[in-house]
Design a protein around this ligand. Structure first.
Ligand code: PEP
Length: 248
């Protein structure tokens, strides 16, 4: 069975005052029954790791470079994330694909670097609104997953996040049967690529997950958790999502 994961993507939000949200999460979830991962801006990673101490909340980066070091102004290498205390990294988020032109080839190289640094990879795939309307969702997701997943991926440190681009930050969510179809197809590809180990890779849904819809989404086949943007910024909104996953 795949692990259940509630992951928060803070994007370019958060400063030292935001660590109070971590205190609130720890107080509400002293012994969580699911994995909790928070991916803050890079400036907060080390402070957040120190703040969390022995509690099992994990901390992740939001991207990494494919190289371990070099002349890449503004970038961050996977071993740097690991040294800062991160255990995870989000790769292939649609905002990175759009804002920074990250292709599947680049994302594959980043993933290889992240695995080499000992990080767990939360690999994002998902179609745009135009692709959704053109009924290309399955083809786009299959192509992204196939091309961005390294041949030597470490299955025990791999997490997939299906994030329809048109559902991110919009309040829109695909219908249950649409999520089920995409997650089922992803599971099939993971089986093909990783053999039996593919059955244990968590597949998260991401895109406007809120306290109000979390339980319904977690009831869908092959949904093993969520990658949450806006609602992960406050413990008041993220906690009910974590509880819904614990009870799913
Ligand atoms: C995201 O950016 O990964 C995301 C899912 O955002 P939101 O939950 O705000 O839609």
């Amino acid at each position: 069975m795949p692990r259940k994961i509630a992951a928060g993507n803070w994007k370019m939000h958060g400063d030292s005052a935001s660590l109070a949200e971590i205190d609130a999460l720890i107080a509400t979830h002293p012994t969580p029954a699911v994995e909790i991962v928070i991916c803050p801006p890079a400036t907060l990673i080390h402070r957040m790791v120190c703040h969390i101490g022995a509690h099992p909340i994990a901390v992740g980066g939001q991207t990494c470079h494919a190289a371990v070091k070099g002349a890449h102004t503004g970038d961050i290498a996977a071993p740097m994330l690991a040294e800062a205390g991160a255990t995870h990294v989000i790769l292939g988020h649609s905002e990175r694909r759009t804002d920074h032109g990250e292709s599947d080839v680049i994302i594959c190289a980043q993933a290889r670097a992240a695995f080499a640094a000992g990080l767990s990879v939360i690999l994002c795939v998902g179609e745009t609104e135009a692709q959704y309307t053109a009924r290309q969702t399955q083809a786009i997701v299959a192509a992204q997953l196939t091309q961005s997943l390294p041949q030597d991926a470490t299955p025990t440190r791999l997490v997939i996040a299906y994030e329809p681009v048109w559902a991110i930050g919009t309040g829109l969510v695909p219908q249950n049967h649409e999520i089920a179809a995409v997650h089922g197809a992803i599971r099939g590809i993971l089986h093909e690529r990783l053999g039996a180990a593919g059955a244990a890779v968590p597949i998260l849904y991401g895109g406007s997950v809120k306290p109000e819809n979390a339980a319904m989404i977690f009831g869908i086949a092959n949904v093993d958790g969520a990658l949450v943007g806006g609602a992960s910024l406050s413990a008041a909104a993220f906690s009910p999502i974590i509880h819904a996953l614990e009870n799913a």
